[in-house]
Ligand binder design. Structure first.
Ligand SMILES: Cc1ncc(COP(=O)(O)O)c(C=O)c1O
Length: 379
């Protein structure tokens, strides 16, 4: 099946005597058994469900849907993108192990790895991932995991996944890729040999800014370990949130296609505009599009940031991305707020930087809104 078809007809749905077109919400913490024999059947793998932390028709459907789209054998839904990252790392690394990751990682993931994992004895090193030499220098005898994002936030560096997998294979590391920004429509890290893929389903998978969720997918043997962590740590997703994300995912391909087209049109329209100092827009992600995020750096000597944001009118400031509405976020006030001036400088994050998440509106309206706001912000 082509991606666009699979996107709607993904995976296995739960069969019930009542043939609803859409899986109902199984808002139940547990499931009943008519006999001890039936209960034993559950443990022998003969279908049914036991307890929603262990498995639920809606949560399973979401995990299977993302696995189908990523081309992975199995998937599990989690309570957030961060918990997806947590369980995927804890499934393959423990006290005394070491993780390597790029310096330009999403701030929340950086905190999780650098602080929370450190507290349980998992150490980490963050280096620029552009050069293989630098990655190799960071590897230690106890390195277990190489972690990155297919497209970074907010500077939109497209990860060299082939290089990352090469390093992982050579040094027997588990590779994990956060595919949130790219989505499986534009990038399938599994096909390149990545072991585990994670998503903040809060973003494009859900797509409507109404659910906080995560997903991990991978092969059966690694996913058994990930599943065990979800069950033991209680990082499962609720049935309703899973149902919302499943409703959202069915339109992923058409949303992403349109949003990526709008991002491209906007990026092209903002080239050379007075006040725009730099423009970040990936050009090498996929032949189907380069994602739906455009980051611009306004020249703060020419533009007043406050008036820029205030002049955007229908485009709201939101500390997230990927909804169907075009939104903006201001990294130094949100995702990168905790960083020192020095760290911001090292990462190249400036006061003029604005991350734009293109929505599904008409491209000309989006372009007009940004051009007008930039003009109004000029000093
Ligand atoms: C690339 C990326 N990964 C992971 C996360 C964390 O996801 P969540 O907020 O769903 O926990 C985010 C959140 O913004 C993100 O942008």
């Amino acid at each position: 099946m082509e991606f666009y078809t699979k996107n709607v007809h993904y995976g296995k749905k739960v069969a019930t005597p009542i043939k609803s077109k859409v899986t109902p919400i199984y808002q139940s913490s547990a499931f009943t058994f008519a006999s001890l024999q039936e209960l034993e059947g559950f443990y022998e793998g003969k279908g049914n469900f036991l307890y929603s932390r262990v498995g639920n028709p809606n949560t399973d459907e979401l995990g299977q849907a993302v696995a189908a789209l990523e081309g992975a054998e199995q998937g599990v839904a989690t309570s957030s993108g961060l918990s997806a990252i947590l369980v995927s790392i804890l499934a393959v690394a423990s006290t005394g192990d070491h993780v390597i990751a790029p310096v330009d990682l999403y701030g929340g993931t950086y905190q999780l790895i650098a602080k929370e994992l450190k507290d349980v004895g998992i150490e980490s090193t963050f280096v620029p991932f552009e050069s293989k030499h630098t990655i190799l220098e960071a590897i230690k005898p106890n390195t277990r995991v190489i972690y990155s994002e297919s497209v970074t936030n907010p500077l939109l560096r497209v990860e060299n996944i082939d290089q990352l997998v090469e390093v992982a294979k050579e040094y027997k590391l588990i590779s994990i890729i956060d595919n949130t920004f790219a989505t499986p429509l534009l990038c399938k890290p599994i096909n390149k040999g990545v072991d585990l893929i994670i998503h903040s389903a809060t973003k494009y998978i859900g797509g409507h800014s109404d659910v906080t969720a995560g997903v991990v997918v991978g092969n059966k043997s690694l996913m058994e370990k990930v599943n065990q962590k979800v069950v033991n740590l209680g990082t499962n997703l609720s049935p309703f949130e899973s149902w919302l994300a499943c409703r959202g995912i069915k339109t992923l391909s058409i949303r992403m296609e349109k949003q990526a087209q709008n991002a491209k049109a906007l990026a092209e329209a903002l080239v050379g505009v007075k006040g725009v100092k730099q423009l970040f827009y990936p050009s090498t992600l996929s032949s189907l599009g380069n994602g739906a995020i455009v980051t611009i750096e306004l020249d703060t000597e020419l533009c007043r940031m406050e008036s820029f944001f205030e002049s955007l009118e229908w485009i709201k400031i939101v500390p997230t991305l990927a909804g169907v509405e075009t939104t903006v976020s201001y990294p130094i006030a949100t995702s990168h707020r905790a960083l020192s001036e020095d760290d911001l400088k090292k990462l190249g994050i400036t006061r003029g930087m604005v991350r734009i998440s293109a929505g599904i509106e008409h491209d000309q309206d989006i372009i007009k809104a940004f051009k007008e706001a930039i003009i109004k912000s000029l000093i």
